[in-house]
Each structure stands twice: as C-alpha cells, then as structure tokens.
Design a protein around this ligand. Structure first.
Ligand code: ADP
Length: 253
C-alpha cells in the first residue's frame, strides 16, 4: 500500500512551548498557554476538549494561518517562525490540506473544478491537475458528480468533495476542524470511513472533533483544556488499523 504522499523522515508536526494570546478590551485572552505536541508520519491524531479550550487556535497556527505569541512550530522539520505571509502560503501549498466544518467549497464551480483549482494555483499544469482531480473524485466515490455543483450534493458528499480538494496537492498533513460537525449521522459515517481509508493509506491527519466515533478511529486522542494539553489516550477500538485500505495509490501520477 503506497502512502498518499511522501512522508518526512522526522515528525510531520512539532509544537514547542506554544502560546497564543488575543487582545481584547478587558484582559488578553490566553487561548494557548504552553502547548507541546509531536505528530509522527502516518499518525491520525484527534484533538478533543470543551469549546473555547484552544483547539481551533492550535490548528490555525499549525496551518500558518496565524502566528503564535510565543513558542515554535515545525512542519516537516521546517520552522514557521519568522516566515512572512508569502512564505507561509508556500508552506501551506506544499504541506497542508485543510478541511472545515462548513466545507468552504466554491459554489459556482463544478466538483471537478473545485478539486482542480488548488493544484493549478500551486503551479501544476491544468491537464495534470485535472487528471489527478478525476482520480481523487473516483477514489472518493464522487466520479459521477464531477460536473455537479456542490449545491446539489448531500452533506456527506460535500465534505468528501472538500477532502478531495484538500488532497489535491498531496499534502504532508491533512488538517480538519470539526469535519463531521455539520453532518447528519449518515454523512458523518461517510466522512469517517474516508478518514479511516486515508489513514490506512498512510496519510498523516490532525483533526479537531467533538464526535466520539471520529476520535475512536484515530491512532491517538489528545485532550485539551484551558489552552493546555490535558493528556493523551489511545482510542478503545482499533477501527483505524482494521479499516479497509485504499487499493489504489494516490501518489503523483
Ligand atoms: P476551541 O476551538 O477549542 O473551541 P478556540 O481556539 O476557537 O477554541 O478559542 C480559544 C479561546 O480564544 C476562546 O476563548 C476564544 O473566544 C478565543 N479566541 C479565538 N479566536 C479569537 C480571536 N480571533 N480574537 C479573540 N479571541 C479569540
């Protein structure tokens, strides 16, 4: 079974002494109060914790969408400290695929175009980007929806499309913030099955979830509380390793 994308020899993510405060009219909000975390290649890590404990803040910092107040983040061995907006955008294109709770799809474009576009923006020739987009739609069970716009798809299909788009540039790391949070149970199960398959194929995944079955599919659950990591547990089930793996490689083609 070939990995989705070549993985670095060392950790995919290293977070050291991470702090993030937001200014507010009263006192600053200390969203992260000293977080250390390592995600190894091929791991599927689920972050859980009460609303407001800093999960999304941590995810956004790892994606380089915001900068920390203190501490350091390394993605695929490269420090994000001191990088400007352009350099962070380049890092994201190379290493990060992001999935959001509310899909963030381009509603006026076809499913195929939604998945093709990120690779074209990253400099892949259009024909090659489109071929890979078709492969991804096929692999994610959406081949017959290539010319549909997102609006006609079910919630589960929309999120699968958003995951296909996140995989367009073969990211080292797939990040997801509450990917099943806006789905009904059938849609949630579709998306969960997809994460299992991606993990089985070697994709490194870091996601935030309140959804117990999603966390149970992870190889590790990181618990957060009040801006700190409160401990880690192994999920009770081995669903992730028992899940069927992808039969086709997503490696560059
Ligand atoms: P979670 O994802 O665990 O629900 P967040 O990371 O969204 O938590 O938020 C952590 C804390 O930081 C909360 O108190 C939240 O209100 C605050 N916060 C998050 N983003 C901002 C922002 N842009 N400006 C001010 N405060 C923020």
């Amino acid at each position: 079974m070939t990995a989705v994308t070549p993985q670095p020899a060392g950790p995919v993510v290293e977070v050291r002494g991470l702090r993030k405060s937001y200014e507010s009219e009263l006192a600053p909000v200390r969203a992260l109060r000293g977080v250390d975390m390592i995600v190894q290649p091929g791991e599927f890590v689920a972050m859980m914790g009460p609303s407001g404990c800093g999960k999304s803040t941590l995810l956004n910092l790892v994606a380089g969408l915001d900068t920390p107040t203190d501490g350091e983040i390394l993605v695929a061995g490269e420090s994000l400290n001191g990088k400007d907006e352009d350099q962070l955008a380049r890092m994201r294109r190379r290493h990060i695929g992001m999935v959001f709770q509310f899909f963030n799809l381009l509603e006026g474009m076809s499913a195929l175009e939604n998945v093709t576009l990120p690779a074209v923006i990253a400099g892949t020739p259009r024909r090659q980007a489109e071929t890979r987009a078709r492969d991804l739609l096929d692999l994610l069970g959406l081949a017959d929806k290539a010319s549909s716009t997102p609006g006609v798809l079910s919630g589960g299909q929309r999120q699968r499309l958003a995951i296909a788009r996140a995989l367009a540039n073969q990211p080292t790391l797939l990040l997801a913030d509450e990917p099943t949070g806006a789905l009904d149970s059938a849609g949630g199960e579709e998306v969960l099955e997809l994460f299992r398959r991606l993990h089985g194929g070697g994709q490194t995944i870091l996601l935030v979830t309140h959804d117990q079955p999603v966390a149970a599919a992870a190889s590790r659950i990181v618990h957060m509380r009040d801006g700190r990591i409160d401990g880690a547990t192994e999920p009770a089930t081995t669903a992730a390793t028992a899940a069927p793996t992808m039969t086709r490689s997503l490696a560059a083609g």
